[in-house]
Design a protein around this ligand. Sequence first.
Ligand code: GLA
Length: 699
Amino acid sequence: MNITEKNKVFILEIENTQYAFAAADDGTLCHLHWGKKAQAEDFAARFEAFEKGRNGLEELSKTEYVGNSGQIFRPQAIIMNYADRCRETLLKYQDYSITRSDAFQQLDIVLADEPYNVFVTLSYTIYKGYDIIKRSAKIENRSADTVIIQKAASAEINLPSKNPYYSVNPNGSWGAEFVLEKTLVNNGTLTYESNKGRSSHTNNPFFILYQNADEDIGDVYYGALVWTGNFKTEIFRDWAGNTKAVIGLSDFDFSHTLHAGESFETPAALIGFSSEGFGSMSNQMNAFSVEHILPKRFANEPLPVLYNSWEATFFDVSDEGQQKLAELAARIGCELFVMDDGWFGQRKDDHAGLGDWYVNKKKFPNGLKPLIDKVNSLGMKFGLWFEPEMVNPDSDLYRAHPDWIYHYDTRDRTQIRNQYILNITKPEVKEFAFEVMDKMLCEYNIEYIKWDMNRVFTEPGAENLENAQELWYRHTMAVYEIADRLKEKHPNLQLECCSSGGGRADLGALSHFDMVWTSDNTDPVDRLEIQHGFSMLYPIKCMRAWVTDTNRYARPYDWDFRFNVSMQGSLSIGGNLLNYSDKELDIHRRYIALYKQIRNTVQFGSFYRLASFGNDGIYATQYVRDSQSVLFLCKGVNTLYKDRYYHIKLKGLEENAKYSIEYSGEKLQLSGAYLMNVGLDLELGGTLDSEIIILTKNS
Ligand code: GLA
C-alpha cells in the first residue's frame, strides 16, 4: 500500500491493483489506469506524450470527476449553479495532500472552479490488505455568494477495455430483493436508481461490471455506495468504446444550497477491482465491511441467534403469548427474543397506532417489565420493533401534529400501508423520533431494536426547509444521526435495519446499523436466490435469515432444508413455536446448537459460491475459517434421476493439510489438494434435499 506523486501523476499502489491519474497542464484531472500493476515511471512518460498530442475528442472522456462544461455531454459527476446564472461547472487541479498511517493512506486532490471560489476535494483512501478504494467529494463554497449544487456524485469511474462489459444489478421488488439481472452495456446509458426515499427493493446502490468472469476468473470492477437513500448509478459506453460509470446521490428532485462558507460532503463509494472473478470481489467486500464499515461495537462479535415473533403472532401480541413463545425460544437455544409489531398505542392491525409509542395497556397490563424480566431470566436478551419515521392518520400523534409529515397543502396525502412519513428534517420531529426509542431504552432492559420503514415517499413537501429539495439527503442523514445517538447513549444496543424486508439493505445502513433484515420472503428456495444476490457485495454476518413455518409455502420443505438455507447467514427463528411438536422443537434445538459451532466460520470466514441453481441445479456454498470449513448443498425442484449426482470441488483449503470429513456415514481423511483439485462426488436425494458437511483440518 502506497500513494505516490511525481509531476502531478498520482499512483495508488493497492494490494494487487494500481489506480493512476494525472493533472494535465490545463488543470483537467485525467484518468490513466485501474487494474493490474505496471511500473510507476511508465505512467509519467506516457502521460507526457499524451499531453503533447492531446486534442482528440476521445481523450476528453477519461476524466476523474468532471463537471458539465465545454463538450462534456455524457453523464457528469458534478453540476453547480452560480449566483451570476452560470450553470457550468469547470474544475481545475489546484493541489494535493497525502495522509499516511499503518492501516490506511489517503490522497486528497483539491480542484477549484476558480472564478467562483468553489473548491472540490476528491478523497481517495486505500487500506492495508484490500484492493478497495474509498472515494468521496467535498464541495466548499469559499465565495460570498450562494451556490446551488444540482448534482454531486461520489465517484466517476473509467474502465480500461474498449469491449463492452456486462453489468449486474437487482431488478427486484418486495419479496424478491437482490434478484440479479445481467445486461450488456454496449451502447447508451444504463441507469440504476432509486427515487423512493430509500435505496429500495428494486435496484441496489452498487455496480458490478465484468468481462469473461465467473466465480474464479475474469476481470470484475465493482463499487458500492455507502448510502441508504435516493441514488443513481449511470453506466455508459461511448462511440469509441469507453465504458464509464458515475455513482452517487440521485439528482432526481435534488439540489443543495451552499451559502457563503458552507460545505457539502457526498456519501462515500467503495470501488474495487478483482482479476480473479466474483469470488474474490465478495471476499474482499465481506471482510472490508466487517473491518471498516460496520459500527465498531459489535463488528467482530458473532450475531446472536434470535427469535422474532412476527410470523407467529402478527399484530396479535400479548404478555402471556409472548412469554410462552419466549419459553420455547429459550428451550431451543435462542439468545435474543424480539417482539415485533403490535405492542404499542392502539395497534390492532396496520391501520392505527404508529407514532404512539406507549405500551398498549390491554395487551401488556403491567407494562413490558414482566415479559422482559422473563426473557432475561431465561438467559436471552430482549429486542423490540419500532417504525420511528412513521405515523398512522389514526394516532394521537397525527391528531396533535398533522403538519409533522411530508406534504403539500394542495395535494391529497397519499397513504401507503395506511401511514405517512414523518418529516424528520424538522428538529422537533427528529428529537421526537429519538426520544420515543430512548425513553423505552432507559425504562426497560432493551438491548436490540428492529428499526423498520414500511413505505416510499410521496408529496415530498418540507416547508421547514429553505431548499426543500434537500429533504432526501437530510432525511437519510437524520436516520443515521438518530441511530448513532442511540448507540452512543446505549452502547450495548444492537440495531437491525428493516424496510419492508430489504428496502434498506445497503452499506449506508450497515455503517450505522449492525445488520439488515434481508427480505420478508422466507421461502427457502427463493431465499437462496436473495442470499446469493446479497452475498455479492455485502457482509454475510449481517444477513438475518429466518427459519419459518412450512405451511406458508407452496413447496414441501423439510426442517433440514430450511435450516440449511438459513444457517448460510445469520440464523434466526421466525415460526410459531407454539404449534410445534416436541420432536420439531428438538430439531430446532439441535440445529441451533450446530449453528453455534459453525457460526464464527459462517459469519467471519472466507466465503465461496460453489454452485447455483441457474447453472448447476444445485445451490452450494462453502465457508472457511481457521481449521473449520462448512459446506452447504441445497437441491432445487428438479427431479431427474441423473441430476442426483453432483461433483463439487472445494475452495480455500490448504493443499498440504489433511481434513477430516464425514459424509453419508463415512469418515474420511482427505488432503486439501484432493478436495480442491479432484473434488467430491456427492449424491443428493430427490427434490429439495439438502446437506451440511463440516470439514476439520487436522492439527
Ligand atoms: C415489515 C417487516 C416485517 C415486520 C412487519 C411488521 O413488513 O419487514 O418483518 O416487521 O413490517 O409490521
